[in-house]
Design a protein around this ligand. Structure first.
Ligand code: NAD
Ligand code: WQD
Length: 348
């Protein structure tokens, strides 16, 4: 299949592109590189020995998108492109709604015009808001508590209205829980810009000595050790979930929604301990007040994905930390090249 991967240079997109290439699919990545680097795709090519066609462009540029659909016969689209920082979305809601919702509308328009009606969409467990009725099932109430989450909720609604209006569409909505880890080679991984918002990349940077200590947001939750519990899922398991969903929509019309998680929760302290064991070093931390908007506990019921797609996550927390650490320690500055510290005089 020839697959358009929007946002394919990013964290989850690059790992999924790698899996698509390994399955023999042709991959065209469309990304504006706002939160990523083309280097990720060069490494995907290096790992798979297969080419990736990269087109630098923005979803808000409808004419660029139209051209791409005119020039390529895509069979399906995997749509990762979007902004994902909760805090930024609270400060700049219009930017988030425009980028995520209007960007998706542009994409859907082009797909409809080109007759490409198979889509896998990156949604998020964030649509469940602060609901603590765990495990979360796909039918749990959707009530996002921040603008980022509401962009996902709105796109999900748009997709279900679209499928109701035109039954030729096949749409898979994937609600990811907490993606972490990296490809086992340590060549591709998550490369956050600035101070990481998420726990794993922050812990990894503390382990690497780039930051002093982890601030554990709240130790008075009603969880076994008082810290927040989440369903961390290895990014390679997540990538495999996309391949399974893509295969499913080849032969099923309509809109489908699946949780992609492990079905197991880990606390912040368990994550720190697991990472410390993988990195073989102490990870200093201190307790800090709860972070606004955080749920105490969130984990998936992922049985629908198993029943419908035959997909389940295989990698445990130790493997997630080990792979994340391999990537972090081999690439302390992410995809940025290491500064050349050699003195020019040495070369005379
Ligand atoms: P990422 O930032 O690494 O990747 C997103 C990519 O989209 C980036 O490469 C960025 O440059 C690109 N992009 C953003 N806006 C664009 C636009 N207008 N036009 C073209 N390209 C654009 O993020 P990720 O972690 O790989 O997430 C991928 C998707 O999964 C996102 O939609 C995100 O909301 C969703 N998601 C992520 C998580 C997570 O914790 N990482 C959890 C649930 C859902
Ligand atoms: C995990 C746990 C924190 C950082 C976010 C988004 C969600 C989705 C996934 C995109 C919580 C605690 C964190 C730190 C800490 N993204 N923590 N110290 O909040 O579950 O989900 O990423 O869709 O939309 O909201 O993930 O990694 O930020 O936090 O104690 O420095 O770690 O309080 O309990 P979260 P996270």
């Amino acid at each position: 299949m020839k697959v358009l991967v929007t946002g394919g240079a990013g964290y989850i997109g690059s790992h999924t592109s790698l899996c698509l290439l390994e399955q023999g699919h042709e991959v065209v990545v469309f990304d504006n590189l706002l939160n990523s680097s083309e280097e990720s795709l060069k490494r995907v090519e290096e790992l798979t020995h297969r080419p990736v066609q990269f087109i630098k462009g923005d979803l808000l540029d409808a004419s660029a998108l139209e051209r791409i659909f005119a020039e390529n016969a895509f069979e399906a689209v995997i749509h990762f492109a979007g902004l994902k920082a909760v805090g930024d979305s609270v400060e700049e809601p219009l930017w988030y709604y425009r980028n995520n919702v209007v960007g998706t509308l542009n994409l859907l328009d082009c797909m409809a015009k080109a007759g490409v009606k198979k889509l896998v969409f990156s949604s998020s467990a964030t649509v469940y808001g602060a609901s603590e009725l765990v495990p979360l099932v796909e039918q749990s109430p959707v009530r996002a508590v921040n603008p980022y989450g509401r962009t996902k909720e709105q796109i999900e609604d748009i997709l279900s209205d679209l499928v109701a209006a035109d039954t030729d569409w096949s749409v898979a909505i994937l609600r990811y829980f907490n993606p972490v880890g990296a490809h086992e080679s340590g060549r591709i991984g998550e490369d956050p810009r600035g101070v990481p918002n998420n726990l794993l990349p922050f812990v990894a940077q503390v382990a690497a000595g780039r930051r002093d200590k982890v601030r554990v947001f709240g130790n008075d939750y009603g969880t076994p050790d008082g810290t927040g519990v989440r369903d961390y899922i290895h990014v390679m398991d997540l990538a495999a979930g996309h391949i399974a969903a893509l295969k499913f929509i080849q032969s099923h019309l309509g809109a489908y929604c699946w949780n992609l998680g492990t079905g197991r929760g880990s606390s912040v302290l368990e994550v720190i301990a697991a990472f410390s064991a993988s990195a073989g070093r102490d990870i200093p931390y201190e307790f800090a007040p709860r972070r606004k908007g955080d749920a105490a506990i969130s984990y998936a019921d992922a049985s629908a994905a198993l029943a419908d797609l035959g997909w389940t996550a295989h990698r445990d927390l130790a493997q997630m930390c080990e792979d994340h650490w391999r990537w972090q320690s081999a690439n302390p500055l992410g995809y940025q090249p290491m500064p050349d510290l050699t003195d020019g005089d040495d070369h005379q």
